[in-house]
Each structure stands twice: as structure tokens, then as C-alpha cells.
Design a protein around this ligand. Structure first.
Ligand code: ARG
Length: 452
């Protein structure tokens, strides 16, 4: 086992089982870069307050910068026998600057470090995901544009309802993903990065020193944008014990996953033999080891199925937080597995979907066949009667009877004579009825939508 950041008070070492159970290096190694950035800021704070000499500070900063470069290039040597990433980095720094590193933990606790790291990680991931959602919406927009005038049956209760533009279907999801992006923006806007909470009670270094030293340190790191502002805490108890930001991000990720899942469900249905509205690209499907004919929409099913994991991850963090006394408790270590799991899933989903849209072949002939179903135009026929002064309730009843008549007689409305039609309303003219049974005409009648 690697050297720990504590131990003097203990006669015995940790039980090997507890050692393994309590170790978080397997998960929090991902926070290496964030932890190094936090350490760099802390070194500057210590130097600013006179707790480190200039040369000690320079040597630590140089070592941190070189580890940052390694982490950036994916070659940072993570020792799996360390208790956590903070210990691992401390030990790596010791190799580079010797005993000076023993001053690094002055006025600092892992309780504060881990929050800084996790918040910083959430910030960066949210910014990336926001960009990815933009690319996904571009791809959705392109799909809608590609099939500009295409009309498809719209459904309620999974029954034929009214004709709609295919591009409106696409922009419905654009709107949902747009909301998700706005939620992320709002989350990032409120996510505060802080340093200086100590274990829970704050540290002896004045807030003004933190502010000044951190400002210059961020500039040195090239992180001097408002996005990366780091401040001393307003309430250190909240900082070390709060994981609301994790729950909030997990909830945003759950909503994104729910949107993805609903979209997948439609695409899976549309690619069945029964619908046959679209064909998915081979590159997002798999075959069967037994049935040679199969082309299964596994990518979509995996995304739909992953929603359970996303919701589960949110529930696990909310449940972990429930009943925790102030302030830090080790329970909080369990926030990272669900957080990373959800971020990974949603990142994959968003990039895969953007690519998958490009592979979709729309089968217009099959869609047109479905648009022949006259029940799709029932509301338009009722509106036609309304335009002649018939109260909607009366028109609704008349069209209902007309549809039932066609169904029982097994005939089409378009094949009925003027006389036959007039049985249902004296206001019917065959020419107008025929005009109403048209998908393009139907969508052109809908004027309440704010376009453009
Ligand atoms: N690994 C811990 C976490 O994720 C941080 C370390 C704090 N440990 C401690 N015993 N105070 O929350």
C-alpha cells in the first residue's frame, strides 16, 4: 500500500478488506487534472500568505505543471495502491520536490479538495456536453431540411391522429435538446468553484489572500475566464458537505436520457416491418447469431435501456444525501461512480445519435401509403363544416357518423357520391371533401404554429 496522508494517530494499519473497500483511486483517478489545478491554486495561496517560500512555491508549481502535462497527454502514472487521487498526486509530487511537499497539505483537507475537483470536472463536462448537444441539433435540423415538404402521420395514443410535417417532428426534438442545453447553461452559470473550506471550518488564511493569490494563479494557468472564477467559501460547511450540484447535473442528464429514449422508441417502431417508415444505417444495427435475416436496432435499444441507469444514478445520489448530518461524511465518496457513469452514457448517446441521423433512409412510399388513411383527415372535415357555420359539436358528430359508415360499409370516403355525403351534412360538396383528404392541404391549414 502506498503512503497515506494520515496515520500518526493509529497503532494498526487498515484491515485489507476495508483498505480495498475504502479505496477510491479506481474511480477518482479521472479527477487528476482537476486535483492538480486545485493544488496549483493552493500553492499560490500558501505562498501569498507566507506559509511557503517563493522557491518552495516555484518548485511545487513546476512539479505540478509537469504532472499536468502528463495528465493532459494521458501518461500520468497513477499508483493503484494509493487511497485516492489526492494521495497519489501528493506522492508523485514528493518524488519531484522531496520534503517540500509535506507543506502542501497546510490549511487544506481532502474534504475541500474533492469538492473543488468534482465541481471543476462537472463544469468542464457540462461545457463539452453543451457543445455536443449543439452538434446533435444541427444533425436533426439537417435531417428535417433534407425532407422539407414531407408529411407523415402524427400520432396520439399511438393511433393515427392528424398529418404533420416530418421536419416538425425533427424540430420537436430540437426543442427538447435545446431546453436541455439551456438547463446545462443555467447549471454552469450557478456552479461556484471555491477553495479555502479546510476540513469544514475554514482556514487561518484570510479570504482576501485567497482571492488575490487565486486570481494570479488562474492567469498563470491560462484559466482567467469568468467561467473558471474560484472564490473562498461563503459557508465552508455547505461546501464540504454539499453534493446538490451532483444531483442537479444527474437530473439534467436523466432528462436528456429520457428525451433520447423517447426518440429511440419512435425510431425503433418506425424501422419495424409493420411501420417501415425508415431504414437505419447498417453501422448502427446488429445481426442475429441464429436468424440470418435479422437487422436489429441495437444502438437505439441500448440508448433506451440506459435510461434506467441514468435514473438509478440520480436516485443513488439523492438517497446517499438524504439523512446526512452536516458536514462532510465519507458516504459522499459514493457520488463519483454514478456521476461518471451518467456523464459517459449521455456523452455517447449524444454523439451516436448525431451520427445515426445521417444514416437514416426515409421510405416515402410507405409513409404515403399510411397517409391514405382517411381517418387522419376527420378533424379537417369537421373544420370544413365549421367554416360553413356548423357548430363544432354538430360537425364532430356528423364526421364521426361518416367515419363509422365508411368503416362498416368497408368503403372509402373519397369513393362516396355527393348524395351519400350529404346524408351526413347538407353542407358537404364532394369536391371540397376530396380536397380535404390531402396531407399537404391538411398541414397547410394549420396556421397557429410560430414558424421561422
Ligand atoms: N475520497 C473522498 C471523497 O470522495 C475524499 C477524501 C476525504 N476523506 C476523508 N476521510 N476525509 O469524498
Amino acid at each position: 500500500m502506498a503512503k497515506k496522508l494520515w496515520g500518526g494517530r493509529f497503532k494498526k494499519g487498515a484491515h485489507p478488506l476495508f483498505e480495498r473497500f475504502g479505496s477510491s483511486i479506481g474511480t477518482d483517478a479521472r479527477l487528476a487534472e482537476c486535483d492538480l489545478i486545485g493544488s496549483f491554486l493552493h500553492v499560490c495561496v500558501l505562498c501569498g500568505s507566507g506559509l511557503l517560500t517563493r522557491s518552495e512555491s516555484l518548485s511545487l508549481k513546476k512539479a505540478i505543471q509537469s504532472l499536468l502535462a502528463d495528465a493532459h497527454n494521458g501518461i500520468l502514472k497513477i499508483d493503484p495502491s494509493c487511497e485516492d487521487i489526492h494521495t497519489c498526486i501528493q506522492n508523485l509530487l514528493e518524488k519531484k520536490c522531496g520534503k517540500t511537499v509535506l507543506k502542501l497539505q497546510t490549511c487544506r483537507s481532502r474534504n475541500d479538495q474533492v469538492v473543488f475537483d468534482t465541481r471543476f470536472y462537472c463544469l468542464e463536462e457540462s461545457v463539452v456536453l453543451h457543445r455536443m448537444l449543439g452538434a446533435l441539433n444541427k444533425s436533426l435540423k439537417a435531417l428535417g431540411k433534407q425532407h422539407m415538404g414531407l408529411v407523415i402521420p402524427g400520432y396520439t395514443h399511438m393511433q393515427h391522429a392528424q398529418p404533420i410535417y416530418f421536419k416538425d417532428y425533427c424540430s420537436a426534438y430540437e426543442a427538447m435538446f435545446g431546453e436541455d442545453a439551456a438547463r446545462l447553461e443555467c447549471f454552469v452559470g450557478r456552479l461556484e468553484l471555491t477553495l479555502g473550506s479546510g476540513a469544514l471550518a475554514g482556514t487561518p488564511i484570510p479570504a482576501s489572500v485567497y482571492k488575490k493569490a487565486i486570481k494570479t494563479a488562474l492567469k498563470e494557468l491560462g484559466l482567467d475566464e469568468p467561467l473558471y472564477e474560484v472564490l473562498p467559501p461563503k459557508n465552508s460547511l455547505v461546501v464540504v458537505s454539499d453534493r446538490d450540484f451532483v444531483a442537479e447535473l444527474l437530473s439534467i442528464l436523466s432528462i436528456i436520457g429520457m428525451h433520447v429514449s423517447r426518440l429511440c422508441e419512435d425510431l425503433i417502431l418506425w424501422s419495424t416491418k409493420e411501420f417501415d417508415f425508415i431504414e437505419l444505417g447498417d453501422e448502427f444495427c446488429t445481426g442475429s447469431s441464429l436468424m440470418p435475416q435479422k437487422k436489429n436496432p441495437d444502438a437505439l435499444e441500448l440508448m433506451r435501456g440506459a435510461t434506467g441507469i441514468l435514473y438509478g444514478n440520480l436516485m443513488s445520489v439523492l438517497t446517499m444525501l438524504k439523512g446526512l448530518p452536516l458536514s462532510y461524511n465519507r458516504d459522499l465518496q459514493w457520488d463519483k461512480t454514478p456521476l461518471f457513469s451518467s456523464l459517459d452514457i449521455v456523452r455517447y448517446e449524444v454523439v451516436i445519435l448525431a451520427e445515426l441521423f445521417k444514416s437514416i433512409k426515409v421510405k416515402k412510399e410507405n409513409i404515403e401509403k399510411q397517409l391514405k388513411d382517411e381517418s387522419l383527415y376527420a378533424t379537417d372535415l369537421a373544420d370544413l363544416l365549421v367554416s360553413k357555420g356548423v357548430p363544432f359539436g354538430v360537425a364532430h358528430e356528423a364526421i364521426g357518423r361518416l367515419i363509422r359508415y365508411a368503416l362498416t360499409k368497408n368503403i372509402l370516403i373519397r369513393d362516396m357520391s355527393e348524395l351519400e355525403l350529404k346524408q351526413f351534412s347538407a353542407h358537404f360538396s364532394r369536391a371540397e371533401v376530396l380536397k380535404s383528404l390531402d396531407p399537404g392541404f391538411s398541414v397547410s391549414l394549420k396556421k397557429s404554429i410560430r414558424r421561422g
